[in-house]
Write a protein that binds this ligand. Structure first.
Ligand SMILES: Cc1ncc(COP(=O)(O)O)c(C=O)c1O
Length: 410
């Protein structure tokens, strides 16, 4: 036995325990794509998917991907430096126009887009200022930059979604330039970023630039689905936006938006872009087809999502569930107990509904929840079924009804 086997045995205690009790909730394999799929041959409705407009499995998207397989197969066998297809370039131009930016660069994942952007922009003259509930890609990009001797920016956190705390941190920063990293929607809590307030605060500080990760705002916020900037009319006020193809756009891939020189700087410096293979063309074709749909019918698609999200929100609050700070289509069920979250997940799954638990270390202990995302692809029958099961098991597990005093007060 080597030390790595010892380490695995020591660190996997919680995982092995849950697996032995048969309540381990992760990596369950689907047998087909889509919000309506099967696990172990049993039909399930997936409420933990990020396919927000329900377009991932649209026949036109599949057709476009199949045609691209005939032309390009599934890989270009190198990084974008020597493996760029005309489809990449065309989609970048269309995305830049649709989002209202000068330029766009497609990465192979959104995670890589964020890490590469932070690594390219932050150096010894920079203070990175980030929300203390930032997504892993923001944290990892920050820590990588901080730990790279040639870059080594200062790093400062501010309290989640607090413009006051951001202002305080910006006042105290020690480096000339500030790179403020925020999100359009925080995906574990389902709350919108206080982006308008952040823009105002940043405007009062010299050399302060915002980068906004709008992975969950694309297709869900703004009348046409262009995200948090469209919703609050912040065009021209946030210089860099990052999004993804892995949610509304039906595949995988990162979207980086900004002015041409900044995008070119990142294009020539981001190691996560330069040293990783280019996005396969069938995926580009799928995203491009979804962009066609957003251009043609964006308002109708987004408003259908909002109607369904409103229906589910009312149902959940009528039953008495605590949705934490959520004010979007992402509505975590705050169960605040690890065992109850896992048991609830199993009870729902047995009845054909998938809601994956989110637990420590993804969230603090005592803040355990089930991931519940409403999408346009869910039917009202799907939602009624989920609500009925949640009421039944919520009562059985004493998750609704009388709330514990400390939660009711908090
Ligand atoms: C807020 C946020 N940013 C970035 C990403 C990464 O996107 P991708 O799946 O394209 O790597 C995700 C996906 O989980 C996300 O939730």
């Amino acid at each position: 036995m080597s030390w790595i086997s010892d380490k695995a045995a020591a660190d996997l205690g919680r995982v092995r325990d849950a697996q032995e009790k048969q309540i381990y909730p992760y990596f369950r394999p689907f047998e087909s794509g889509g919000l309506h799929t099967t696990i172990d041959g049993k039909p399930i409705v997936n409420f933990s998917s990020n396919d927000y407009l329900g377009l991932t499995n649209h026949p036109k998207v599949k057709e476009a991907a199949k045609a691209a397989v005939d032309q390009f197969s599934c890989g270009l066998s190198s990084s974008r430096v020597q493996a760029t297809a005309t489809e990449h370039v065309e989609l970048e131009a269309r995305l830049a126009k649709w989002y209202g930016f000068e330029s766009c660069l497609i990465f192979t994942t959104g995670y890589q887009a964020m890490v590469g952007t932070i690594m390219s922009l932050a150096d010894k003259e920079t203070t990175i200022v980030l929300d203390n509930l930032s997504h892993a890609c923001i944290l990892d990009g920050t820590f990588l930059a901080a730990g790279t001797p040639m870059r080594a920016p200062e790093v400062r956190f501010f309290n989640h979604n607090s413009a006051k705390a951001l202002d305080r941190v910006l006042r105290k920063r020690e480096r000339k330039n500030a790179l403020v990293l925020i999100e359009g929607i925080y995906s574990l809590d389902g709350d919108e970023g206080e982006v308008e307030a952040f823009v105002e605060v940043c405007a009062q500080h010299e050399n302060t630039v915002i980068v906004c990760d709008d992975a969950h705002g694309t297709g869900t916020l703004g009348r046409g689905g262009r995200g948090i900037i469209e919703k609050y009319g912040l065009e021209g006020k946030i210089p860099v936006v990052i999004s993804t193809f892995s949610k509304t756009f039906g595949g995988i891939g990162g979207i980086l938006l900004g002015e041409s020189d900044v995008i070119d700087l990142i294009k020539h410096n981001a190691r996560s872009f330069l040293f990783s293979a280019s996005l396969p063309v069938p995926i580009v074709a799928a995203a491009s087809t979804i962009l066609d749909m957003l251009e043609a019918d964006g308002e109708a698609l987004v408003s259908e999502l909002h109607e369904k999200a409103g229906y589910m929100r009312k149902g959940l609050t009528d039953i008495g569930f605590d949705l934490g700070d959520s004010n979007t289509h992402i509505m975590p069920l705050m169960l605040r107990d690890e065992t109850k979250a896992m048991l609830m997940h199993v009870a729902l799954l047995e009845n054909g509904v998938l809601m994956v638990p989110i637990m420590y270390p993804a969230v603090k202990q005592g803040e355990e929840r089930l991931r519940l995302n409403v999408t346009r692809g869910h039917t009202y029958e799907d939602m009624d079924k989920a609500l009925e099961l949640l009421k039944r098991y919520g009562e059985s597990f004493q998750l609704i009804g009388e709330r514990p005093a400390e939660i009711a007060e908090g």
